[in-house]
Structures are given as structure tokens and as C-alpha cells.
Ligand binder design. Structure first.
Ligand code: ADP
Ligand code: MG
Length: 461
């Protein structure tokens, strides 16, 4: 371990400890160590991929700004997953004795004791994502009420509960709040909480290792199954089949299922009809962008949780400028709060505007939808809109499609995989490849540069 890296990280940890709630700090930041500093990149070592994603999703900006200030120069953050310990890596969620241990002379620990902390359901939940911290407004009260009902009486009210809405509007928060509520009130309930992506990966792994029966048992014996981001099922037939049977097994036994998605079920392209219809069996509730009152309430609540006091004009600046994504609103607040605490200076709006430049630029992007981009690009190149999602590969279709993917990446907030989904269930690698392709050609072909420039201007006007 490099001393320099560790010294910077220890000092940054001190700051973080002062900024964050103790449970939050202890759960997510205390176990992180720094492995090296290469140039201006500090590599942090985390326990598993989930920690990495969680930190990236929720605290990358904060980490970057705290570490940069500690090092007194701009520092980027990279993550590395610590080499896995041999015990308990096989199963996740439910404890399954590990066969390798049985042949050794070491006493076999009980399944519960064997299960490492990071695999217990509560270890997957962010302690902030509970009902108490969720601000209810006109944009989400229906989704909130349905979630509370389900958490209080799992399997008895709405089943499945299908929550949908755009990025950063509280889907994961509500899903985890349900999980944590059930976990606190029914200690014995078996709760499965995972992203659809992880369900897919575990299934593939089980398939490869001949452990399908174990995989099935694990998911079909749950009391509550919480699956985040089911749009990820799009275009994956084999996994849809498996998910269909898991769904039926649980639903038949009145076990609660809660799903989240970035769009209504019937808009997931490449999802089998039998799944779409099941997703709509119970209760469907959407989360919309918050209105200004809700944004203000969220800011006040989060500022109190961070123990910062910000002048009202700054709170209202944030509420007025960041409207579409609560994660972004929160990110902006944390950045401003960290800056205020670290510098001890009074903040004026000009400083804030500079501090938040990237976030405000991001906010400017979201008004454009992928559908709009596809329509414009199809019009411009005179191809059919359907070709944006088709599998046809002639160059005069494939390249405009790549341009549309590139523009979706540049001008919207969507992840690579959700862009892939919107283009007929392509995977994120295809989108990455398309972006690279367009960028490369823009460098050498002025016509491509002009076309893309023109489309970009049209779309952002
Ligand atoms: P999604 O899963 O819809 O993309 P998240 O649930 O991850 O969004 O929410 C993004 C961030 O915004 C999280 O930190 C979450 O706690 C916060 N958040 C979202 N909605 C609310 C709300 N109504 N009240 C308080 N915090 C919220
Ligand atoms: Mg989410």
C-alpha cells in the first residue's frame, strides 16, 4: 500500500466522518482503504462490486471533492474490489453451506454464522433509504402509499407492486424502504433484494456451474422478492423464462413481489407479453419529477441530515435550478455543503454556480428523450423509425443508428444499457462501440462531423 495514498485517504476519512451520519460512515466509508496513488488517481479498495456501485452512484462527487481538497490538487477516484475471501462467496442472500468446507477438518460453522456480514439482507440496504427519510409530494404520494401498504402487509395487498419512473426519482429508495421495513418488523422473513442485472448474472453463473436447482430454491423460497430495474430483462429471452417461473412460484404462494422499472411495463421493448401482463396484475405506481415545494422539502430534510445550515437563497437556487432528478439535487447539496464546511467561507451564488457547473449542465440535458433523438436522426437520414430498433445492418441504416446512440449518450442521462434497450434491446457494449465508432469517424470525416453537429444543434435548440 502506498503511504501517500493511505495518508490522504485517512485524512479524507476524518472529513467524511464529520460530514456524514455515523451509521452511514461506518457502513460505507470506514471499511474502505486506499491502495495506491498513480499520478492524480487515487484507488480505493472496496469489499465487493455492490459497494463500488453504491459509492459511485451516491458519493462519487463527494469523494472526489473531499479527497481533492485533502490533497490540495484535483484527484480522481478509481475503485478496486478487494480480493474475495474464500468463505461465503458462493451464495448470496441466503446462506448455503460451502461444500469445500465440509471436506476440511475445520468445524463447519452454522449457516447463519458463516454468512458474511456483507451478504445479510440489511448489508445491501442503504440505511438512508427508509420511509422516514422519504419526502412525500404530489409527484410520488401514490407510489409511497402503495409501498407502505405492501411493507405493512407483504403478499396481502398489491402483488406485484410495480414502481416506475425516470432516473433518480426514488424507485430504489422505496424498494429498499419496503425491504428494511419488512426486515425490522418480521425478523424471520426471507427477503431477496437485488438488481435485475444481478439476478441475470447469478442465473448465468448457476447455469454454467450446474447449480440451477440451488439458484431456483434460493429465489423461489423467499417471502419477499424486491427486484430493481427490470427493464434490464429486455431482449433476454432465457432470463425472462426463468424470471417468469420465479414470479409464478412466488405469486402462487402469495409471496410479495416488488419491481422497479424506468418506464411502464408495456413500454419495455423486447419483453414477452406474459411478463408484461403479470407486471400489471397488481398495482402500478409511477414516480414523477418533484414540484418545487417537494424539492425544497427534500433539500431541507437532507441539509438537516448532513447537519449543515445553508442560507435560504442558496436552498432556493438549488430547488429552482435542479428539477428533474433527486439524486442530482442531493449531489448538488452535498457538494455545496462539503465546500462550505471545508472552506468555512460564506457562499455566494456565483461561487455556487461555478461549483455546480457540471451538475447544472447535466440538468440541461434531460429534456431530450431517446425517442426524440431517434425520430430526428431517422428523418434526417430518411430511414424508417423502425430501423432504429431493427436488426438490419446495411451501412446506410446502421451508421445513422450509431449516430442516434451516440447522441443519446451525449444528450441524455440514460445509462449505456438503457440506451441499448431503447435501440431494440442491444447491450451496453454495442452502445459503447457505436459511440467510439462515431467519434472516430467524426475525427476524420468532415461530413460526419457536420451531420452530427447539425443534429446536436437541432435537438438542443
Ligand atoms: P432511482 O432508483 O429512481 O433512480 P433513487 O431511489 O436511487 O432513484 O433516488 C436517488 C436519490 O434521491 C437517493 O439518494 C434517494 O434517497 C433520493 N430521493 C429520491 N426520492 C426522494 C424523496 N421523495 N425524498 C427523499 N429523498 C429522495
Ligand atoms: Mg434505482
Amino acid at each position: 500500500m502506498s503511504d501517500n495514498a493511505q495518508a490522504i485517504w485517512s485524512a479524507a476519512q476524518q472529513t467524511l466522518r464529520g460530514m456524514l451520519k455515523t451509521e452511514l460512515y461506518n457502513l460505507w466509508f470506514a471499511p474502505v482503504s486506499a491502495s495506491r496513488m498513480d499520478g492524480d488517481v487515487l484507488t480505493l479498495e472496496v469489499a465487493d462490486e455492490f459497494c463500488e456501485f453504491w459509492l459511485k452512484d451516491n458519493y462519487l462527487d463527494v469523494l472526489r471533492s473531499v479527497v481533492s481538497r485533502t490533497a490540495v490538487r484535483p484527484v480522481q477516484i478509481a475503485f478496486a474490489v478487494r480480493a474475495a475471501e474464500p468463505v461465503g462467496v458462493a451464495g448470496s442472500g441466503t446462506a448455503v453451506p460451502d461444500e469445500s468446507a465440509e471436506s476440511s477438518l475445520v468445524p463447519i460453522p452454522s449457516p447463519v454464522a458463516k454468512e458474511p456480514a456483507a451478504r445479510r439482507p440489511e448489508a445491501f440496504f442503504n440505511p438512508n433509504n427508509v420511509f422516514d427519510t422519504f419526502v412525500v409530494g404530489s409527484n410520488n404520494h401514490h407510489a409511497h402509499a402503495a409501498s407502505v401498504a405492501v411493507a405493512q402487509k407483504p403478499g396481502l395487498t398489491y402483488n406485484p407492486l410495480f414502481l416506475f419512473g425516470g432516473v433518480g426519482l426514488g424507485k430504489t429508495h422505496l424498494l429498499q424502504a419496503i425491504g428494511q421495513h419488512v426486515h425490522t418488523h418480521r425478523r424471520n422473513a426471507r427477503i431477496g433484494y437485488l438488481s435485475c442485472e444481478r439476478f441475470t448474472n447469478e442465473f448465468i453463473e448457476a447455469l454454467q456451474n450446474g447449480q440451477l436447482p440451488r439458484f431456483r430454491k434460493k429465489y423461489r423460497e423467499l417471502d419477499v422478492l424486491l427486484i430493481d430495474d427490470v427493464q434490464f430483462l429486455a431482449g433476454k429471452e432465457r432470463i425472462q423464462e426463468e424470471f417468469f417461473h420465479t414470479f409464478n412460484a412466488l405469486h402462487d404462494c402469495h409471496k410479495q413481489i416488488v419491481l422497479t422499472c424506468d418506464r411502464p411495463a408495456n413500454e419495455i421493448q423486447g419483453l414477452e407479453q406474459r411478463l408484461t401482463s403479470r407486471f400489471e396484475w397488481g398495482m402500478t405506481a409511477d414516480l414523477k419529477a418533484p414540484d418545487v415545494e417537494t424539492r425544497l422539502a427534500i433539500l431541507h430534510k437532507k441539509a438537516a441530515a448532513l447537519s449543515v445550515e445553508l442560507p435560504p437563497e442558496i436552498i432556493s437556487f438549488l430547488a429552482n435550478r435542479i428539477r428533474t432528478n433527486i439524486r442530482r439535487l442531493e449531489g448538488a447539496l452535498v457538494r455545496v455543503a462539503a465546500y462550505a464546511q471545508l472552506t468555512g467561507k460564506d457562499l455566494d451564488l456565483e461561487t455556487i454556480e461555478t461549483l455546480l457547473r457540471e451538475i447544472l449542465q447535466e440538468e440541461g440535458k434531460v429534456a431530450i428523450s431517446i425517442g426524440e433523438i431517434q425520430r430526428r436522426v431517422a428523418d434526417y437520414y430518411d430511414i424508417r423509425l423502425a430501423d432504429m430498433t431493427s436488426k438490419r445492418r446495411p451501412e446506410n441504416i446502421a451508421f445513422p443508428r450509431q449516430i442516434a446512440m451516440y447522441l443519446a449518450r451525449q444528450l441524455t442521462d440514460h445509462s449505456l444499457s438503457s440506451i441499448g434497450d431503447a435501440f431494440g434491446g442491444r447491450d451496453h457494449g454495442t452502445v459503447l462501440h457505436a459511440c467510439r465508432q462515431v467519434r472516430d469517424r467524426m475525427e476524420v470525416e468532415s461530413k460526419v462531423r457536420q451531420d452530427v453537429g447539425y443534429l446536436e444543434k437541432q435537438l438542443t435548440r
